[in-house]
Design a protein around this ligand. Structure first.
Ligand SMILES: CC(C)(COP(=O)(O)OP(=O)(O)OC[C@H]1O[C@@H](n2cnc3c(N)ncnc32)[C@H](O)[C@@H]1OP(=O)(O)O)[C@@H](O)C(=O)NCCC(=O)NCCS
Length: 156
């Protein structure tokens, strides 16, 4: 699954508490109902072993991140975003491919996520990774928007 780095200096690294200011700037510009910083803080707690939070780091700047969990053989992508300045350069593809590698290493055999029906960019991204529509959640988002549940089988 590994994708070549879209930018040679780009790093895929575990998110740290110190990254949260930059992560929140991206979160706030990316979503109409952004997560609160406390959700990231709690998820980074060492006790939350099923939580995986990674950043794409370029020259010490966080330019994107992905958050997922792996539990009982099943993974769930909870959040992925790239700063607007670096979109359409393959950063999300790199984050997602790297996340899928970790899911595979943990021997999970399926991965789920929700995506807004209206989010064409994200839907195209997931199509690239062969996610398939598994269901629909009506009025899933606070703005009343519907979400598709997407699923992908992970080959071991
Ligand atoms: C969705 C998002 C993460 C994509 O990040 P990105 O780094 O720009 O994506 P990539 O450059 O890796 O693009 C991967 C593929 O996604 C699709 N894609 C990305 N942006 C797109 C857009 N604006 N319109 C149509 N397709 C798009 C394309 O198929 C693209 O492949 P291609 O460039 O070879 O055609 C980014 O737009 C974002 O942060 N959006 C706001 C947050 C969000 O919606 N997250 C998803 C929550 S489910």
């Amino acid at each position: 699954m590994t994708t070549a780095k879209p930018i040679p200096e780009l790093l895929f690294e575990c998110m740290q508490q110190d990254d949260l200011q930059q992560v929140m700037a991206i979160e706030n510009e990316s979503f109409p109902d952004p997560w609160h910083i406390s959700f990231f803080r709690r998820s980074l707690h060492p006790r939350k072993k099923h939580m995986h939070l990674y950043v794409a780091r370029l020259n010490n700047e966080v330019i994107g991140y992905v958050v997922f969990y792996i539990n009982c053989g099943e993974a769930h992508i909870m959040n992925i975003a790239v700063t607007s300045e670096y979109r359409r350069r393959g950063v999300a593809k790199y984050l997602l491919a790297s996340a899928l590698d970790i899911v595979q290493q943990h021997e999970a055999n399926e991965i789920f996520l929700e995506v807004a029906v209206k989010n064409t960019a994200a839907r195209q991204l997931y199509k690239h990774f062969d996610f398939e529509v598994y269901g629909i959640r009506k009025r899933y988002y606070p703005n009343g928007g519907d979400a598709y549940v997407l699923r992908k089988e992970v080959q071991q």
